[in-house]
Design a protein around this ligand. Structure first.
Ligand code: SF4
Ligand code: SF4
Length: 379
């Protein structure tokens, strides 16, 4: 079969198996990305979760020596939750970012990519392929942009014409020399909405993201959350969607094309207090299938405490007090003490002082003092 014909058949097959967008590109080095990564590294803007060296991340042939093309795919995910439960006084809820709603997208996309790879192997002898989704060395966005799937906006998201930026991306490196597609011309124009809306100023003009200042990254760390970000977290317990929500290219975009991507409202927008009491096993059983559980329950619980403080949720005090006294993890004890001070119920000072008298950990003691400071400020 000739390659042009194979490309056509693969595109048809991709639609049959529920892939919304597909594009093809070469295995040339990603030069612009390389320059951007070098600048990012020199400014210390990386998140630290990146895989591979800059060379590997921008040179596809280093990942598969006989590589001749890269196929980029995009699957649209929902941006609105049906029957979303309200966060009410006494029953406050946190929120997972949309990319974490439903089944872990890494699994969903890998399955689709492997189907594409198997399809190619059936049609042609000697086909080799390598599938990547998010955690591989290649930048899914850079591949998708060069393959004409969309353009990268100022918010550093890949934006498609039909599905906005509410898309998961993945790619297949192959040894078939497919004809590449043309990148899109479109861009943000004069719009600057995401830059203005970002709560922490993480989007640096010119499409650079300071990952260290991005709330999405901060929700994943396991240590104490710096005070500045505690103020900005709101009820986010995993990730941040603000720069996508405000984007005009996402206006009215909400696709429900994959049943496995539908959120369970009780998990995507869970009640905060029960989250603080959940066992490891229960956490894994309930949240383990979502991509947002990959860092374990500690960062989620820490963020849940910060969210309860944000709401000044007095019904959480008893649970927070128990954590402050008994939790073996200093980050949780300390953040709970800070939250008790921030919520500021009439008995908060006594509570913190009592726990402080038997606390040994210096970081926790520091947080307790910060909690007491809120109460002093209020007198
Ligand atoms: Fe800013 Fe949130 Fe976007 Fe990060 S995800 S750049 S914090 S708006
Ligand atoms: Fe571009 Fe505006 Fe969307 Fe930001 S909000 S990515 S500037 S279109």
């Amino acid at each position: 079969m000739n390659i042009e014909e194979l490309k056509k058949e693969l595109i048809e097959y991709s639609q049959e198996i529920g892939i919304q967008k597909i594009g093809f590109t070469t295995t040339d080095t990603f030069d612009t990305l390389k320059q951007r990564l070098i600048v990012q590294q020199s400014l210390k803007f990386q998140s630290g979760f990146e895989k591979g060296s800059i060379e590997e991340r921008t040179t596809p042939t280093q990942l598969m020596p006989k590589a001749q093309s890269i196929i980029s795919i995009a699957l649209a995910y929902p941006s609105r939750m049906k029957d979303a439960p309200k966060s009410r006084k006494g029953e406050r809820r946190g929120i997972f970012a949309r990319a974490s709603w439903g089944k872990d997208y890494h699994d969903v996309l890998r399955e689709k990519l492997n189907l594409l790879g198997e399809f190619l192997q059936e049609k042609m002898d000697g086909v080799a392929y390598k599938a990547m989704v998010d955690t591989g060395e290649l930048s899914d966005r850079a591949v998708a942009e060069r393959a004409g799937v969309g353009f990268v906006g100022k918010n550093c998201n890949l934006i498609t014409e039909e599905y906005g930026s509410w898309v998961y991306l993945g790619e297949l490196i192959t040894n078939i020399p497919f004809e590449p597609d043309e990148p899109l011309e479109e861009g943000c124009g004069d719009c600057n909405k995401c830059v203005d809306a970002c709560p922490t100023g993480a989007i640096v003009q010119g499409g650079q993201l300071n990952a260290q200042r991005c709330v999405a990254y901060q929700t994943l760390t396991k240590g104490f959350l710096p005070d500045e970000f505690r103020e900005k977290l709101g009820n986010r317990i995993y990730g941040c969607d603000t720069c996508q929500i405000v984007c005009p290219k996402n206006k009215g975009v909400d696709y429900h094309l994959h049943p496995e991507m539908e959120p369970d409202p009780e998990l995507a927008k869970p009640k905060l207090i029960p989250l603080l009491k959940i066992s490891n096993r229960e956490f894994k059983e309930k949240f383990g299938y979502m991509s947002g559980s990959w860092r374990g329950k500690k960062p989620i619980q820490r963020n849940a405490i910060v969210a309860l403080a944000h709401y000044k949720e007095e019904t959480a005090i008893e649970t927070l007090e128990e954590l402050m006294h008994k939790d073996p993890r200093p980050v949780i004890r300390g953040t709970a003490a800070w939250a008790i001070g921030k919520i500021g119920r009439h008995d908060a000072r006594d509570m913190i002082e009592k726990a402080k008298a038997k606390e040994q950990d210096e970081d926790v003691l520091f947080e307790m003092d910060k909690g007491l400071e809120f109460l002093t400020e209020r007198v």
